[in-house]
Design a protein. Structure first.
Length: 649
């Protein structure tokens, strides 16, 4: 992309600008300011990346005086171009443009259609688009510009009107490294995904004629290059509820909350929530509406810093709910509250299958509102909805688009330990919006932030059926590799497996890696079929590499498969009534506390069988096993203390 730099004078003040279509800028300033405006246009065109770098330098250049004569001003401009490493900077020239010259027709008038302009601005609202994506968006929206380069003019006009932000794909920062004798360093960071130097790849660029960096981290959704055009659409913010922010102990661990706000009953009553679910939703409603304030020393420091810098940032609220607590139902009041006020909601989840599972549920619950689903290959890629359900990678195509962003399973792959997706989740939320984090097993850093009062949160320690969570039992067995090699299953383990089958349970058998799935299937077929009442006991295995995984899970749900050997691919998102769980090699380093809790959470989810069995089978008892059991017991204690459990449980 080629651009021009220019300076515009409005009265006595000069301001540096960059344009992708200079005739639009000339027309814009003279139409608005007439003879009060004057322009100095520098030629020829340079690459977008070079233009952005030089523009930042010029805006910080105090020694550049517009009062100096033209020759000295041009010399100074060429010197700055040389310092910015712009090839052929010595050939740059300048043209002074006055109102009379434009009025006499020395520059072309640009015929722009107000209706087309409004459609483009609306279509780009809340988007982060490379130029190829922008053109696809225009086509999907049915916007025909009737001219090959008319889009340049509309984009530049949107930029001048502050309806769009037109820039390049990578942010540039210059600094001096004291470890290298204060040598100047240039640092690049991707504006789409936030990745830094370690994810930059350098290659020849057609636009700037130099070796130019692009971001490898988000390459799968487009090449974000230093010289590539990036369009950021602005979106309107919804008005606050008008309630004042009140001081509270909010942010303290498990804050009990104050009297419920009656005006939130409208959003709670339609969904038939349990007491625990309703409390969590109520606290979430109070937070997103501004009735709860962030407290704690660090929280107050962040608020003060944001205020002093005039920077508005989305706030975060954690719903820490046990597996099977009904997190989806808990977010319904929050969605209802936001869309009823004209806001936009995003529900982001790690996996495509969860998106497809949520779509009909959300569609039925909010039939009066438009729902869009986004994932790789989605046909609704360029549609805008009041409620958007998307995989986390799709967030990279949005910018400050949503008033409420709900991130499901923050501890799951690919979101956990992925700075790109963490950055994207913050970037897609409007500055005055709220990020709702959902998890049964929050990462350690998130748990600590909640415990220290740095992250507002609420815990839901009980499932909807109000029975306690099954507490895992420890079973001492040799390493699984030795068991399958010897084909001798420990009697204690075999007895428990047989008991689960005899009582009619569906049995999850988790193993730490794919290589152990098939050997374990063969062993279980041999050992469990002997002496069973059933003529043939169906035992199958599956993993991430199994093309029939979806079908096998459905057969398991239908009881056509009774025992399913699997990896952690099924540790979450699968609910099978009347299930028991066996975790083999529970001492494996691949099974951390969160994975163990999630796998254990497959048992006891049904109201008809709330006391499913969970076994940690291992040679050693690891800290992860201890912490998983401690966390489950702690949730049961909290649920019992708050009166959420059924009497006698």
């Amino acid at each position: 992309m080629k651009v021009q730099l220019y300076a515009v004078c409005l009265g006595k003040e000069w301001e540096w600008r960059l344009t992708i279509h200079s005739p639009t800028d000339i027309q814009y300033w003279f139409e608005h300011y007439a003879a009060d405006a004057g322009l100095v246009l520098f030629e020829p065109f340079i690459s977008l990346g070079q233009g952005v770098r030089m523009l930042e330098r010029l805006r910080g250049e105090r020694s550049f005086e517009f009062g100096m004569d033209d020759k000295r001003m041009l010399q100074r401009f060429r010197l700055i171009a040389k310092q910015c490493e712009i090839p052929n900077g010595k050939d740059l020239d300048m043209t002074l443009i006055r109102y009379e010259m434009w009025r006499q027709g020395m520059f072309p008038r640009i015929p722009l259609n107000a209706t087309v302009y409004a459609k483009i601005v609306e279509a780009c609202s809340g988007r982060s688009l490379l130029i190829e994506e922008f053109q696809q968006l225009l086509e999907a929206a049915g916007i025909d510009l009737h001219s090959e380069d008319a889009w340049l003019s509309y984009l530049q006009l949107g930029h001048l009107n502050a309806d769009l932000d037109v820039g390049n794909g990578l942010k540039i920062m210059e600094r001096r490294d004291w470890r290298r004798g204060f040598r100047k360093m240039i640092i690049y960071r991707c504006k789409r995904c936030g990745s830094g130097e370690e994810r930059m790849f350098w290659s020849d660029c057609l636009h700037c004629g130099q070796v130019c960096p692009y971001c490898e981290e988000c390459l799968t959704i487009g090449r974000s290059r230093f010289c590539s055009l990036l369009v950021l659409g602005r979106s309107e913010e919804i008005a606050p509820d008008g309630k004042g922010v009140v001081e509270s102990r909010w942010g303290q661990s498990d804050h009990e909350g104050s009297a419920p706000s009656e005006h939130f009953r409208t959003y709670l009553e339609p969904w038939g929530l349990s007491d625990a679910q309703a409390r969590a939703s109520m606290e979430g409603l109070r937070y997103i509406s501004g009735e709860m304030a962030e407290v704690g020393p660090r929280a107050r420091a962040r608020v003060k810093a944001r205020t002093e810098s005039n920077e508005r940032m989305p706030r975060r609220f954690l719903i820490w709910a046990v597996t099977g607590a009904g997190k989806t139902e808990m977010i319904f009041p929050l969605i209802h509250h936001t869309v009823a006020r004209g806001g936009h909601v995003l529900i982001a989840t790690p996996r495509k299958d969860v998106v497809l599972e949520l779509q009909p549920r959300i569609g039925r619950a909010f039939a009066d509102y438009s729902v869009v689903t986004l994932y790789g290959g989605s046909e609704q890629r360029w549609e805008q909805g009041q409620i958007t359900i998307a995989t986390t990678h799709q967030l990279l195509r949005f910018h400050e688009a949503f008033d409420l962003v709900i991130i499901d399973e923050i501890d799951a792959f690919p979101y956990h330990n992925n700075p790109m997706l963490t950055y994207a989740a913050a970037k897609v939320c409007k500055p005055n919006g709220t990020n709702i984090l959902l998890s049964a097993t929050p990462p350690r850093a998130v748990r600590l932030a909640a415990k220290r009062g740095q992250l507002p949160h609420v815990r839901v320690p009980v499932r909807f059926h109000r029975h306690p969570l099954p507490v895992p039992q420890l079973v001492s067995v040799p390493p699984l590799k030795r068991v399958v090699q010897s084909q001798a299953m420990p009697a204690s383990l075999l007895k428990k497996l047989a008991a689960s089958v005899e009582r009619g349970a569906q049995v999850f058998v988790f193993v730490p890696n794919i290589q152990l799935v098939e050997p374990m299937v063969n062993l279980l077929r041999a050992k469990l079929s002997h002496g069973m009442n059933e003529t043939v006991l169906s035992v199958e295995g599956t993993s991430s590499k199994d093309p029939a995984r979806t079908e096998k899970v459905q057969f398991f749900r239908n009881r056509e498969i009774r025992v399913l050997v699997t990896t952690t691919i099924l540790e979450r998102g699968v609910t099978v009534p009347k299930s028991d769980v066996f975790i083999m090699d529970a001492d494996s380093q691949l099974f951390d506390e969160a994975a163990l809790v999630q796998m254990a959470g497959r048992a006891g989810r049904s109201q008809d069988d709330p006391a499913g069995k969970v076994y940690f089978a291992a040679k050693e008892i690891t800290q992860s096993q201890k912490e998983a059991i401690r966390q489950i017991k702690q949730m049961n204690r909290i649920a019992r203390k708050r009166g959420y459990l059924l009497r006698g449980k």
